[in-house]
Design a protein around this ligand. Sequence first.
Ligand SMILES: C[S@@+](CC[C@H](N)C(=O)[O-])C[C@H]1O[C@@H](n2cnc3c(N)ncnc32)[C@H](O)[C@@H]1O
Length: 333
Amino acid sequence: MPDDHYTHGHEAPVLRSHAWRTAANSAAYLLPHLAPGLSVLDVGSGPGTITRDLARLVAPGRVVGVDRDPGVVALAGAAAAVSGDDAVASTGDDAAPSVAFQVADAYELPFDDGEFDIVHAHQVLQHLSDPVAALGEMARVTRPGGLVAARDSDYGALTWYPPSRGLDLWRTIYTAVARANDAEPDAGRHLLAWAHAAGFFDVTPSSSTWCFATPADRAWWGELWAQRTTTTAYGRQAVALGLTDEAGLATIADAWANWAADEDGWITIVAGEILVRVPEAPFRGGQHPDQKWWARRDEALTGVGAGGPGLPKGPRPGSSDTIAGAPGPVTGE
Ligand SMILES: C[S@@+](CC[C@H](N)C(=O)[O-])C[C@H]1O[C@@H](n2cnc3c(N)ncnc32)[C@H](O)[C@@H]1O
C-alpha cells in the first residue's frame, strides 16, 4: 500500500477551508442520485461537513466517513456528535441521520465487497500517488450497479483576475510541491483516464466551479491562502524542497492579500467530476497492468512528468495521442 505524503496537512487554516464545504457546493453532481435509505461511504472525509450533509440526504441510510488521519477523524466525529448527525447511533431514532467516522486508508478499505450503494471522494484522488488503485478499491466496496463518485480540482485550470505574478508563483510552487509528493494537482482533467485505467467504462464526466469574487468571499479565501502559504505544510515543503524561501512565501501571502483587497478580484476554481457505474456481477475488477500509463502519456505529449518522479522517460510513442498499452475493456481473465 503506498505511504503517500498529504500535501496540505491538517493545520487550522486548511481545516477552516475544508469545513466550508457542503454537499450542495461540492457534490451537486451526485445529489440527484441520492435517496433516503441508501448507504454511502465518504473516502478521505476530512472534517466531515460534506459527509454529514450526505447523511442528512440519505437518512436513515448508513453513512461512514473514513480518513487516514486520526486527528481529523476525531474532529469529524466530535462535530457529528454535537450536531446530532449521528442520531441513529445515539438516540435510536430510526429516521434520523446516521453518520460515523473511522480511520481507514483509501487503498485498503476495511469493508466487504459491495457493502455500500455509493462511494464518494472529494478532493482526495489528487493527493494520491496511485489514484487508479484507490478507484479500484472504492469500486470493490460498492455494490454492483452502485456508484463511485469523485470530484477533484484542477490547479492548472484555475483562473484569476487581476493578473498577479505572486499568484503565478503560488500556482507554480503548489504544483511543484504536489508533484514532489507524487500527486497530480491537475487531477480534474485526469479523472476519466483514471477511471478507464481502473477498468471502468460506464462513466459520466462533468465539471463544476467555485467562484470567489464578492468582498466577503475574497477576504475569506485570500486570508486562508495567505495563512496556508506561510503557516502550513505546503509552504514548509516548498522551502524544504528549495523551491522558495521565507521571503518568497511572504511575497505569495502578500499577493493573496492584494488580490482579496482588489474590488475587481475574481477567482474561479475548476473541478472535474466522475460518476462511475460499477458493473453488475460478475465483475471481477482488475486494472490496467500499467496503472501509470496515463502519466506516461502526459509526459510523452508534454515533456512534463505529471505522475511525479520515478516515471521512466522515453521517446514519444508511435501514435499522436495514445501510447502502447493504453487500457481496453477489462475482462478479468
Ligand atoms: C483535501 S482533503 C478533503 C476532505 C474532504 N473530502 C473535503 O472535501 O472537505 C483530503 C483528505 O484526504 C485524506 N487522505 C489523504 N490520503 C488518504 C488515504 N490514502 N486514505 C484516506 N484518506 C486520505 C486527508 O487526510 C484529507 O483529510
